[in-house]
Design a protein around this ligand. Structure first.
Ligand code: OFO
Length: 165
């Protein structure tokens, strides 16, 4: 495997792992505040990011590359409000998308169509996740400070059709 691409894939393993830990911290925050629906949403997101990480790890090993597991910084664990929580979620997803685009760019530059093909799954996944984050943030902005709206948001978050997000 090309060393520049191997490095980018290892960076990507770190970003997926970081997102997993960050979403776990967000689930814990929401759980402690009594937002059970939101915490369930982020526990699930955290698990998904972990599977994105392991998918990359297995791919690098299959391609005979070297995997470097990351050591991670403490995630952000305190938030002032649900909108702040979801702004952070959106920022995290936008960042990951940018990093995936870098991998894609490098694959095309180095003509590694195998990795390019593998990364398409991540491109699609990011499109969906960014759309979900934006839609949820839009809903929260509509609700504003209305407590019953926040209650309904928390109650219904896991039943929104994410494909429509
Ligand atoms: Fe890994 O899917 Fe978003 O970040």
């Amino acid at each position: 495997m090309n060393t520049a691409i191997e490095k980018l894939l290892n960076d990507q393993i770190r970003y997926e792992s970081k997102a997993s830990l960050q979403y776990l911290a967000m689930a814990v925050w929401a759980d402690q505040k009594g937002y059970n629906g939101v915490s369930e949403f982020f526990y699930l997101q955290s698990e998904e990011e972990r599977t994105h990480m392991t998918k990359l790890i297995k791919f690098v090993i299959e391609r005979n590359g070297n995997v470097e597991l990351p050591s991670l910084e403490q995630p952000k664990s305190d938030f002032n409000s649900l909108p702040e929580l979801f702004e952070h979620f959106l920022e995290s997803e936008v960042f990951v998308t940018e990093q995936i685009n870098k991998v894609i760019f490098e694959c095309l530059d180095k003509k590694d169509y195998n990795v390019h093909n593998f990364m398409q799954w991540y491109v699609t996944e990011q499109l969906e996740e960014e759309a979900t984050a934006r839609t949820l943030l839009d809903k929260l902005n509509i609700v504003g400070d209305d407590k019953s709206g926040l209650y309904l948001f928390d109650r219904d978050i896991n039943s929104f059709d994410q494909k429509d997000a």
